[in-house]
Design a binder for this molecule. Sequence first.
Ligand code: SF4
Ligand code: SF4
Length: 336
Amino acid sequence: MSHILTISNLQSGGLITNYYCTSSCRHCLYRCSPLWPKKYINKEQTYKNLSIIKQLGCNSFHIGGGEPLLNVDGLIEVLKIAKELDVIVEYIETNSSWFNQVENACDILNELANYGVTSLLVSISPFHNEFIPFYKVRGVLNSCKKTGMPVNAWTFEFFNEIDNLDHFKPHTLDEFELHYGENYISEIPQRYWISHGGRALDTFSKINYGKALPALLAEHNCGCKELESTSHFHIDLFGNYIPGLCAGLSIMAEDIGNTIDPAKYPLITMLHTMGIRNFFRYAMDNFGFESSKAIYFSKCELCYEIRKYLVCSAGIRSHELEPVEHYTLPQNTKCH
Ligand code: SF4
Ligand code: SF4
């Protein structure tokens, strides 16, 4: 009998303040986009989430989304509560879409610094550049320099390639391939770490060769221990703890810190103890799931397809498959 999933302490992770975003990046783990409801974390949930994080041994966290700076007032409330609870904000992730001019950006950065923010993680990638003209990113970098806000650019690897293109409009991935070669996109995962979940599954399963379904199921014949990892955890504005980096799976934040009750979390327990093979059989036998492809990029692609089927075709609503928009919203990745 495999051991029961237990989340007893948290190592390092982040707070998802919102899922709505200006962009619909093709690698986005949480499938954020402008189509999500414009909901931002409230004070009560921030208290709850940060208290749980702290109780479980994690005294610092980062803030991400969605784009957290789309609601500066909401963000300031989060920072105030972090200060009150004595939990350090390691950095805030941003895609720079909020930039309009340096003076305004400096005002915002100074305000964040006053509330204890010591670093910004600025996203730089071809995926982001499909939606956000580079002058905005450069504007945020300049404003950080002016205000003394330390920056971690994720990642400078792509800076020159994006900088060489017109700064005042976004560029499609096709344009990147036109400029830098036809393997440009497929080689990106070799150049920086991308979590192969969420929309990255849709993108890279179209590009990269995978495994035939029987071979995939034979290879993954045991439980998903990834669900135990707390080295890059996230808790969202709805109080969902996302186990591992398995976006779209959820454990209520108040249920972590202990063993996860198999009766309350049958799907996550099945994935953890028996893995994708049993999950696949369960969905076939109980809900008539049929795989749509002969070849899958990864077990997580199949896992997502099953979960989406359960939500969208079998009509299952479950606290384990939250937020439901992760499955139900259209995945429009067209540039604006
Ligand atoms: S990866 Fe792109 S879509 Fe996802 S939150 Fe960041 S900027 Fe938004
Ligand atoms: S198969 Fe599902 S549960 Fe297992 S690691 Fe992938 S996304 Fe997570």
